[in-house]
Design a protein around this ligand. Structure first.
Ligand code: HEC
Length: 171
């Protein structure tokens, strides 16, 4: 038979482990979620493309539109930064942690990925990046998952956005 103090101690241990587990989960949450805090945004946008990336609106205040993308799309107010993060490093989405928005830094977009991580697309050019954003097709012809919205915007906005994402590549 367990004594009264033994039971108290056991309860304390259980409560302690639960608390520790919560702390561990929370830190995982912070390390995996893309940084999308408005506080981290640039205070001034240097280009129409940059403004589109962060706000989903062009410098005339017109919103770009999208289909697909699901819940997060509606919650996040429809900007690339909402899913791919302020620093474009990507991360797991909320609340669907199994969905990962990939990094779309210039290095990630132009680097050849090995096949070991199951992520094997060839390098993007500005042209194929525009196709990916509007039609959801990678340079190798594979389809981007449906959690990535298909975007609708003017040719001018699209070319500004693509130039922001791939500044070093001439169009
Ligand atoms: C609702 C969340 C969400 C938003 C908003 C979003 N994306 Fe994505 N994006 C994703 C997800 C998820 C994937 C990966 C889908 C997959 O794995 O097939 C993706 C994939 C991509 C890819 C393909 C990357 C690769 O490695 O091939 C590009 C490029 C991209 N997004 C650009 C953009 C741009 C530019 C915007 C803003 C106009 C944007 N995304 C907005 C979720 C989002």
């Amino acid at each position: 038979m367990i004594s009264e103090s033994g039971r108290k101690r056991r309860n304390l241990i259980v409560a302690g482990s639960v608390a520790l587990g919560l702390v561990a989960l929370l830190s995982l949450e912070f390390s995996l979620t893309p940084r999308t805090d408005r506080g981290d945004w640039p205070t001034q946008f240097r280009s129409n493309g940059e403004q589109l990336y962060f706000t989903g609106m062009n410098s005339n205040g017109e919103a770009i539109r999208a289909t697909g993308g699901g819940h997060m799309q509606m919650m996040g107010g429809g900007s690339c930064a909402a899913c791919h993060g302020v620093d474009r490093q990507g991360g797991r989405l909320r609340p669907t942690y199994w969905t990962v928005a990939p990094a779309i830094t210039e290095a990630a977009l132009t680097g050849e990925h090995g096949d070991s991580d199951g992520h094997d697309h060839s390098s993007y050019t500005r042209e194929s990046l525009a196709e990916a954003i509007t039609k959801g097709v990678r340079p190798d012809g594979s389809e981007i998952g449906s959690r990535m919205p298909r975007w609708l915007m003017s040719d001018e906005d699209l070319s500004d956005l693509v130039a922001f994402l791939l500044p070093d590549e001439g169009s």
